[in-house]
Each structure stands twice: as structure tokens, then as C-alpha cells.
Design a protein around this ligand. Structure first.
Ligand code: BQF
Length: 291
């Protein structure tokens, strides 16, 4: 069993970006600028936004963090998005999800200029991705593709089983893995909460992407010998022995599944850091397209 080290792969990608940014500086060109909007003070969201702002600093991007109260109106949030749409210095806009219940994710996503939608959630960009056109691909599935590429994992003709059908991970992941690209060219099965006999599907998988958000859902009896296992789960479980007060659990029972795998991602340090690296790549690309 070998580890798909997302922390290392993300560092390699971010080191390349850092060099590109240094060149932009030398040439007196515009530096990529990511703007993030954080509504409220959800603990996990705070951590994710902080990781994004830190990554921007590390690669030499500009970043702006806009913090809004949890009880802000949807209209005010839409105004904040519109201001960023109209700011010529801003290349990428992200609104950290989840949003408070009184705000519609859909309305907010639709308000982002598709040319600045570095999360790739706007329907225009989803449509482009589906057609294999160049666009912003959602950071988590994009990051997983970069990880497979980094470790030169053979995917052509393989059977990939994606567990989970979210707009943010499962569905775009299934599109990317089945596309005529490298990595890609997989035969893809999507399993979800209404799938009967998930175990039987998983047992036929050369590649499993577990993205359903249930800690340790994928167990050793569901995994074929030699499979590649990608764990997207990052549930916070209480752990009083840690100073943070929690530990992260993936959707895969790592201890027992790992010995059966050819490759497996750890949690933390697997898909998570790749998500950040993919967001940085999208932001760089947005800046290049406009300049
Ligand atoms: C790691 C996310 C669920 C809902 C909304 C590094 C991240 C996570 C883990 C991170 C995630 C998950 C992000 C690790 C961003 C990934 O070392 O394992 C980084 O910051 N992520 C998000 O912005 O919104 C989410 C998961």
C-alpha cells in the first residue's frame, strides 16, 4: 500500500505557482487576487477560509477576506458579491459554504460573475465542464484529478465508483473521471443514498471515491484487493485529548482498508490540501485569462 500524499502534491503545485507569480512580479504584471466572503463564524468554515488565505500568501497572491454577520440579509450579501464582480483587481470570488439557512446558496452562486467563479459552482461553468470546455472546475474534484496526475495513477479503462452525488464533489467527479482525458477515461458508477447493494458495486471498483460525509462508511469488506481509494470525507469528531477538541475522520475506515489498497489518501493530508491547491490554480488561471 502506498500513500497518495496530498500535502506533498499540493506543496509541489503551490511551489510552481509561486515561481509563476515571481515572474509576473519581475515583468510588472498583475498579481492574482482572490476574494473570499465568509458569512457568520462557523468553526469549520473559519478553518477552511483561513487555509485559503494562508495559501494565497504562500504563493504570493493577493487576498481579501470579507466577513459578514450571520444575520446579514441575502440582499446585502448579493451586494457584496456585486462589488467584487465590479472590482477589476479581483480575479477570483468565493463565497464560503454552507451559508446560513435564510440565504439561498443558489441565488448567491448565480450572482457571481462566471469569469471570476473560481469555485466553479455557477451553472455556466458547470455546463462548460459537462461539455469538456475549458472552465473553472470545482476545487475538490479538480484537486483529486491533480493528485491522480501527480502520482501518475493509471485510470484509462478502469472502473471508478463514486459514492455520493453532491453538486460540489460527487457529480463533477463522475464527469471528470469519465471524460476523454488523462487522468480520466474511466467507466464510472455513481452510488448514493438510494443505491441498493453499495458493497457489491464498491467491490467491483478499481478506483473508489468516497464523498458521502459518513465517517468510516467504506470498510475493508467493500474494497477489492489492489484498489485505489480516494477519501473525501472530513467529519469533525469530538476528541478531548486534542487541543483543538476534535479530530478529522474520513469516509473510509483507513486502518483496515489501507492494507488492501494499491494507493490510498489519508485524512487529514489527502484530498483537503489538494482542494486548496486546485483553488489556487483556478485563481491563477482567472488572472491569466483577463490579462
Ligand atoms: C487536510 C469543505 C466540507 C464542506 C465545506 C486541508 C482542507 C481540509 C482538510 C480545506 C472543505 C474541505 C473546504 C485538509 C476546504 C477541504 O489537511 O486534510 C484543507 O480547507 N478544505 C471548504 O472550503 O469547504 C468545505 C468540506
Amino acid at each position: 500500500m502506498q500513500i497518495l500524499d496530498g500535502k506533498k502534491a499540493a506543496q509541489a503545485i503551490q511551489s510552481e505557482l509561486k515561481i509563476e507569480v515571481a515572474e509576473l512580479n519581475v515583468d510588472g504584471k498583475k498579481i492574482p487576487h482572490l476574494a473570499a466572503i465568509l458569512v457568520g463564524n462557523n468553526g469549520a468554515s473559519e478553518t477552511y477560509v483561513a487555509a485559503k488565505v494562508k495559501a494565497c500568501a504562500e504563493v504570493g497572491f493577493k487576498s481579501t477576506l470579507i466577513r459578514l454577520d450571520a444575520d446579514i440579509s441575502e440582499m446585502k450579501l448579493l451586494d457584496a458579491v456585486e462589488n467584487l464582480n465590479n472590482d477589476p483587481d479581483v480575479d477570483g470570488i468565493l463565497v464560503q459554504l454552507p451559508l446560513p439557512k435564510h440565504i439561498s446558496d443558489e441565488n448567491v452562486i448565480n450572482a457571481i460573475d462566471p469569469d471570476k467563479d473560481v469555485d466553479g459552482f455557477h451553472p455556466v461553468n458547470v455546463g462548460k465542464m459537462l461539455q469538456g470546455m475549458p472552465t473553472f472546475v470545482p476545487a475538490t474534484p479538480h484537486g483529486i484529478m491533480l493528485l491522480l496526475e501527480h502520482y501518475k495513477i493509471e485510470t484509462k479503462g478502469k472502473h471508478a465508483v463514486v459514492v455520493g452525488r453532491s453538486n460540489i464533489v460527487g457529480r463533477p467527479m463522475s464527469v471528470l473521471l469519465s471524460s476523454n482525458t488523462n487522468p480520466g477515461n474511466c467507466t464510472v458508477t455513481i452510488c448514493h443514498s438510494q443505491t441498493k447493494n453499495i458493497k457489491e458495486f464498491c467491490l467491483q471498483a478499481d478506483i473508489i471515491v468516497a464523498a458521502l460525509g459518513k465517517p468510516e462508511f467504506v470498510t475493508a469488506d467493500m474494497v477489492k484487493e489492489g484498489a485505489v481509494v480516494i477519501d473525501v470525507g472530513i467529519t469533525r469528531l469530538e476528541d478531548s485529548t486534542r487541543k483543538s477538541g476534535y479530530k478529522l475522520k474520513g469516509d473510509v475506515a483507513f486502518e483496515t482498508v489501507a492494507p488492501k489498497c494499491s494507493w490510498i489518501t489519508p485524512v487529514p493530508g489527502g484530498v483537503g490540501p489538494m482542494t486548496i491547491a486546485a483553488l489556487m490554480k483556478n485563481t491563477y488561471r482567472s488572472c491569466m485569462m483577463k490579462n
